[in-house]
Design a protein around this ligand. Structure first.
Ligand code: EPS
Length: 393
């Protein structure tokens, strides 16, 4: 499977063309909209989310609620485009330059440290940083969440579910009790910062308020849990078929993600082997191998091992600071403060929902590779045959 997304943050819309979903998959548009609404939440977001109310349109590949096996095109309108029409006009031969009344129409020449602004402007030969930042913006995650929702709807047929919760914001760490993925998700859904630990939640909100008042921003860590994945997805035979490598690569592509770890991740480096590796047992009544611990995070040798897949992602603080850092004006080469765009003080809860979508897509890809078929019917048959075969092993 593959997809391309397109769209600028303040352009008319975001779109994606998805190839490779099987035919006869029931796709519920409201389930996509539900995921889009989840992504828009989160304490610490700026003014933009009051303007947008993301809703998906399906432009191709679906008839009477079922996929056709042809390319599926999704679209989300940017409501804010109405306010940016002159600045983002696709056709006008004249570059719009505002009259000094605000940043919206002016050419942006002061790159923000930590943002794609400078590297993108050099690479694409741009004098207006807007020509870079519009596409680099995390607004693009809206369409990725819509794409991920199609993957989730396919995975649900095979009882695979994807959950997430926030475990750190700034210096505040959550310490949730031993909870099931379902319970973690239930608590996270009720929390403005997607945190399952109510004490940490209060401290996180206070930290966001403090940092925002100082014109600064905050990052954090979220955890993704994927349940119901059978053993045998991904492969040890080639570097680019390893499931951990694929998940990590895909999640690193999410805006502002600087680190991804699977299972115990970085902690494995300082622990002894006997504390890291999960001992193997056999459950005769269910014909299943299992482990009592999950340091591997559900993946061994690049292959799913049947345990819950557990991934943590570290998000850096958003680079747009209302108290700006030092930068250089690309026109004059003089040292100046970086530009300020409207932005979010903390978007870790939203990134956590986008991370779920990205993980769902990658798992759906390996599902399609393993179980193949052109229709859902064929894929379901192949899946059951495989489960029967491994139950005899
Ligand atoms: C973003 C800047 C803000 C965010 C945006 C990502 O948008 P704006 O510049 O319009 O205020 O709100 O996120 C979204 C629009 C979104 O839907 O998540 C950025 O520069 O990355």
């Amino acid at each position: 499977m593959r997809y391309l997304s397109a769209g600028e943050s303040h352009g008319p819309c975001l779109v994606a063309v998805i190839e490779g979903l099987p035919s006869n998959l029931n796709l519920d548009r409201e389930k996509i909209n539900y995921q889009l609404a989840r992504r828009q939440k989160g304490y610490g977001r700026g003014g933009r989310m009051k303007i947008e109310k993301d809703q998906v349109e399906v432009l191709s590949g679906l008839r009477f609620g079922k996929t056709l096996g042809s390319p599926l095109t999704l679209s989300i309108t940017n409501r804010d485009y109405e306010n940016w029409k002159e600045v983002m006009d696709p056709y006008s031969p004249e570059e719009f330059v505002g009259e000094g009344s605000g940043s919206q129409g002016e050419i942006l020449t002061r790159p923000r440290p930590g943002h794609a602004d400078l590297a993108g402007a050099l690479k694409y030969h741009q004098k207006d940083l807007r020509n870079v930042l519009e596409r680099a913006s995390a607004r693009e995650t809206a369409i990725r969440v819509a794409v991920g929702s199609t993957a989730r709807q396919m995975l649900a047929v095979f009882n695979v579910e994807v959950y997430s919760h926030v475990v750190e914001i700034g210096s505040i760490q959550s310490n949730p009790r031993e909870l099931s993925p379902e319970e973690l998700q239930r608590l996270a859904e009720e929390s403005p910062v997607r945190c399952a630990d109510s004490q940490a939640e209060t401290a996180m909100i206070q930290e966001i308020d403090r940092v925002k008042a100082e014109g600064d921003s905050l990052g954090g860590v979220f955890e993704i849990l994927v349940t119901g994945v059978p053993p045998g997805l991904g492969s040890h035979v080639h570097w680019d078929r390893k499931l951990d490598g694929r998940l990590a690569g895909a999640l690193m592509s999410l805006q502002a993600i600087k680190g991804v770890e699977i299972g115990l991740g970085f902690e494995t480096a300082s622990l002894r082997g006997s504390r890291v590796h999960d001992q193997i047992y056999y459950d005769g009544s269910n014909h299943k191998y299992y482990r009592k611990t999950n340091g591997a995070g559900g993946i061994e040798g690049g292959i799913s091992n049947g345990e819950t897949i557990r991934i943590r992602c570290a998000m850096k603080p958003i680079p747009t600071l209302y108290t700006p850092l030092t930068s250089v004006d690309m026109m004059t080469k003089k040292s100046l403060e970086a530009g300020v765009e409207r932005s979010d003080a903390c978007a870790v809860p939203a990134a956590s929902v986008a991370g779920e979508a990205i993980a769902a897509w990658e798992i759906a890809c390996v599902f399609r590779e393993k179980f193949g078929g052109d229709s859902m019917e064929e894929m379901v048959t192949n899946y059951h045959n495989y489960l029967e075969a491994i139950a005899r092993r």
